[in-house]
Design a protein around this ligand. Structure first.
Ligand code: BG6
Length: 484
């Protein structure tokens, strides 16, 4: 498939923290792929900024290495990497001091889109924002991009929002949650709001429950010092799973525009009931014969941070009253598999008698891998022998159905960075959304601390702790299998 690529306007993009892990793994290779696709105009410039002393050539070498290692094997014509590097430069800048700021300003050109990507610890956001203004690098048209974690609780998120607000309008602030840039996540909105078929059934009357699973096989080694202070609740539930929940549960926005979409998401978060502590399971992967457990990957050998969370929650509004939403996420699980499953209720009466069994329609939206959608429907088992029913899946892998080459589908980061340049905030979190999400997760974490709750151990390569399975069994339901 040849994707339709609309070039963005010429821009200067400054990446603070340009020598860090995120820049090397995601941001720079993503920009390279957009360059290869023809989306980046000739006048585009990418300026790395960090504390390390290096010149343009040394940084270009680092970028070339990052693209080779993490570029995903993008097929690019010979020489394309060299051409891309011509758009790249570097300035040594001290975020907390005065060094480098004038040099950086001298590199920026008037009249172009100007964006500043804060790929640094949140403790530096304030210093960077303040210097961007005081050294006159940013004006009221400039954009700033900030990474998660956006705070570690409501109070810190409010403080960060307040700090940024001293220097920039909300319309200039792009808070990244890379799950919103994933192809299928956007497809979820297309499926819901582009079709007549699903929306009339999308409510408590017809939906029995919804399951959201984000399962990972990776452990936390290499990022233990960050992760151990965070845990699955702050690292995944407060942001990624919450965003998925919002998109699946929100009312149709009037338009696919930033505030229309974000207003509806915010209403979902605000309508969430507090979670009963019986309805939440924390887990931590243990060791097995071949691999070390969580506590070996972090400094604190008695850590009680969770690497797994499963919970049941309710949204108190007309559409969803009474419909449980089950969420789970964890590291070191049996497969890397993320999906949202909408499980519909049983037909009210079976005309085929008790032997035909009960069958449920399930719409499963797979985020990764093999992005796509399946709809389980009940049909007659072929052949003679009476009316026996069976479920078949109408299966639509997006790549197959659309003839898309996996490499053609932009990675979440590259899509979102191009949205920053376009000035489109639809897929970015607004400050009030982030605060509302913390407002919901804070009491859960505070409850764990108050009760001194220790996470349940689970085996690496499993589906998580037994108690997580019980969370659904108690309700006469079951999790879908975690399958790649
Ligand atoms: C990040 C989390 O935001 O998302 C990581 O900090 C997690 O812990 C990652 O592994 C998952 O992203 P993806 O795109 O691989 O599902």
């Amino acid at each position: 498939m040849v994707s339709r690529v609309i070039p963005v306007d010429p821009f200067d993009l400054v990446i603070f923290g340009a020598t860090g892990d995120l820049a090397r793994r995601k941001i720079l290779p993503g920009l390279f792929r957009r360059f290869c696709s023809g989306q980046m105009p000739e006048e585009a410039r990418i300026i790395g900024a960090a504390r390390s002393e290096m010149d343009d050539d040394a940084f270009r070498q680092m970028v070339a290495d990052a693209v080779r290692e993490f570029g995903g094997g993008q097929a690019c014509e010979d020489g394309t990497l060299d051409s891309f590097l011509q758009h790249v430069g570097y300035e040594h800048v001290d975020a907390m001091g005065d060094d480098g700021w004038k040099g950086l300003r001298a590199r920026l050109r008037p009249g172009l889109v100007r964006a500043f990507y804060f790929s640094v610890a949140p403790s530096l956001f304030g210093a960077l924002a303040e210097r961007l203004r005081s050294f006159k690098l940013a004006d009221d048209d400039s954009r700033v991009v900030v990474e998660k974690p956006f705070g570690h609780d409501l109070a810190s998120a409010k403080a960060l929002n307040a700090t940024l607000a001293q220097h920039f309008h909300e319309t200039q602030i792009y808070r990244i949650d890379h799950y919103l840039g994933k192809e299928t996540v956007q497809n979820l909105m297309a499926v819901r709001f582009g079709n007549m078929l699903f929306e009339p059934l999308w409510n408590a009357q017809y939906v029995d429950h919804i399951q959201i699973t984000v399962a990972e096989t990776v452990d936390v080694s290499g990022r233990g010092s960050y992760y151990d202070k965070s845990g699955a609740m702050r690292d995944m539930v407060q942001n990624h799973l919450m965003q998925l929940l919002c998109l699946i549960a929100m009312e149709p926005p009037a338009r696919f525009e930033p505030d229309s979409v974000r207003d509806e998401k915010l209403k979902v978060i605000r309508a969430l009931d507090p979670v009963d502590y019986h309805h939440i399971v924390r887990g931590q992967y243990g060791a097995d014969a071949s691999q070390p457990g969580y506590r070996v990957h972090v400094e604190d050998e008695r850590s009680t941070t969770e690497s797994f969370v499963a919970l049941k929650c309710h949204i108190s509004n007309w559409r969803w009253a009474g419909t449980p939403f089950y969420l789970r996420t964890g590291k070191k699980l049996k497969a890397r598999a993320s999906e949202i499953a909408v499980v519909f209720k049983d037909a009210p009466h079976s005309i085929f008698g008790p032997d035909a069994g009960t069958h449920r329609n399930v719409l499963a939206i797979r985020l990764q891998p093999n992005e796509g959608m399946t709809l389980d429907v009940t049909i007659k088992e072929p052949g003679p022998g009476g009316m026996r029913l069976k479920d078949v899946a109408l299966d639509m892998s997006f790549a197959e159905a659309l003839g898309a080459d996996a490499e053609d589908v932009p990675d979440a980061y590259e899509r979102l960075i191009m949205d920053v340049i376009r000035g489109n905030q639809t897929l970015f979190m607004r400050g009030d959304e982030v605060e509302a999400a913390w407002n919901w997760t804070d009491p859960i974490i505070a409850g764990w601390n108050r009760r001194g709750e220790v996470p349940k151990p689970y085996e690496p390569g499993s589906s998580g702790p037994e108690d997580a399975l019980m969370l659904m069994h108690r309700d006469g339901r079951r999790w879908r299998d975690i399958r790649a």
